[in-house]
Design a protein around this ligand. Structure first.
Ligand code: GLU
Length: 428
């Protein structure tokens, strides 16, 4: 990292991790913020951090404790908003960065939210359904003091889904004494969820992917796409690209890496993955032994849609794609960003590329408040329009200022957040 950052006392130096990446991104945008730079320190400090103990009784009668977090990074433009992640590698640094990226993302696509994120350090695949439910309910009760439909609205993220959202909504509602459907988004449709929400993040990736391809004169029909992550984001983006005539030449999940020059049959791979919990063992493609070989696959579009810090100075030079669509949050380190930029690779940053999920979360929240539900067609049309407009605005600014799309997106977003900060003024 080029600059020395003040490390908060609650993070040990080796834990700076993704939060350090985020701080570096803020440093890069600061010279472009004019007089608003006066407020930039606001963005370098989360507003509120809650660390909770989540004890549960295991099925065998023993007691297990998990560490849970909810970080509200900024609420200048509206309530906190962002997902909840269950993963064995979750750290406070990671949740802080993810919360901050939500602030930037929500401002970049102009939905009226601040940024927040939560997580539990747990491998949910090792829990039974009952244990998962007890853990989710206890976590929700512990963070109950800071969440709510007008305060902070959780949603799904890595390893959480509609079922987890239903338990969170129920737990919060039981604590309140009345049903509060707007406390979480990404709920089942029958509990006030929105049509199109499940697919929204992947659809958003696809929409900005088409825009980026058009700018580069690349025809989506026949384009070769490689996808890292085959969950809610990567799996759906892969399907939409395939339906549009692209060839999905590589897919990697947490277990295996598959390649097929002629294109992988995505519906068949999805069926295999749902049945076996992974893409491993799928007969319709060849498996690569070395995970790192994924980065060398000959392709036009690469979609990192798994976890943070995947594209680093170590593998950036091996990437052959001309377009990278960041389906994951924070998949590219600043050093890798520079290498790819010098190679002329077009990176559509996470804060735009994966903003489709929170955009439809916003639609869901609005529908819950008004108890009036929209058609899927209406939702997809509005989503597509917001994604295209956000992409176009950021593209134009990047051209004007001769900066990357990431810096342009951060300029737009930080300006919105800090303008709100300035107009509200400091309390008291
Ligand atoms: N977890 C998703 C994200 O990282 C969605 C957040 C939301 O809908 O609040 O953008």
């Amino acid at each position: 990292m080029s600059t020395q950052h003040e490390i908060p006392s609650y993070l040990t130096p080796h834990e700076i991790g993704p939060w350090g990446v985020y701080l570096e991104q803020i440093d890069r945008v600061t010279p472009h913020l004019g007089s608003l730079a006066r407020w930039v320190e606001t963005l370098k400090r989360p507003k509120r951090i809650l660390v909770v103990d989540v004890p549960i009784e295991r099925d065998d009668g023993t007691i297990a404790h998990f560490e849970g977090y909810r970080v509200q990074h900024n609420t200048s433009r509206g309530p906190g908003k962002g997902g909840v992640r269950f993963h064995q590698d979750v750290t406070l640094s990671e949740v802080m960065a993810l919360a901050a990226w939500m602030t930037i993302k929500n401002a970049a696509v102009n939905v009226p939210y601040g940024g927040a994120k939560g997580g539990i350090r747990v491998n949910p695949k090792l829990l039974s359904e009952g244990e998962l439910m007890r853990m989710t309910r206890r976590y929700t009760s512990e963070i109950n003091i800071i969440i709510g439909p007008t305060k902070d609205i959780p949603a799904p993220d890595v390893n959480t889904n509609e079922k987890v959202m239903a338990w969170m909504m129920d737990t919060y509602s039981m604590n309140q004494g009345s049903t509060a459907s707007g406390v979480v988004t990404g709920k089942p449709i029958s509990l006030g969820g929105s049509l199109g929400r499940h697919e929204a993040t992947g659809r958003g990736v696809f929409v900005v992917g088409c825009e980026a391809a058009a700018k580069r004169g690349l025809d989506i029909r026949g384009a070769r796409v490689a996808v890292q992550g085959f969950g809610n984001v990567g799996g759906i983006a892969a399907r939409l690209f395939a339906e549009a005539g692209a060839r999905i030449v590589a897919v990697q999940d947490h277990v295996a890496t598959l390649v097929r020059e002629g294109g992988i049959d995505i519906p068949a791979l999805q069926a295999h993955s749902s049945a076996h919990g992974s893409i491993e063992g799928f007969s319709g493609a060849d498996a690569l032994k070395e995970r790192s070989q994924f980065w060398e696959v000959d392709c036009d579009i690469m979609v990192p849609a798994a976890l943070e810090q995947q594209i680093t100075a170590d593998n950036a030079n091996r990437i052959r794609a001309s377009i990278i669509l960041e389906g994951a949050n924070g998949p590219t380190t600043p050093a890798a960003d520079d290498i790819l930029h010098d190679k002329g690779v077009l990176i559509v940053p996470d804060v735009i590329a994966n903003a489709g999920g929170v955009t439809v979360s916003y639609f869901e929240w609005v529908q819950d408040f008004s108890s009036f539900f929209w058609t899927e067609e209406e939702i997809n049309l509005r989503l597509t329009r917001i994604m295209r407009e956000a992409f176009a605005a950021i593209w134009q600014l990047a051209e004007e200022k001769q900066v990357s799309l990431r810096t342009a997106a951060f300029i737009v977003a930080c300006t919105r957040v800090l303008r709100a900060r300035e107009m509200r003024g400091l309390y008291p």
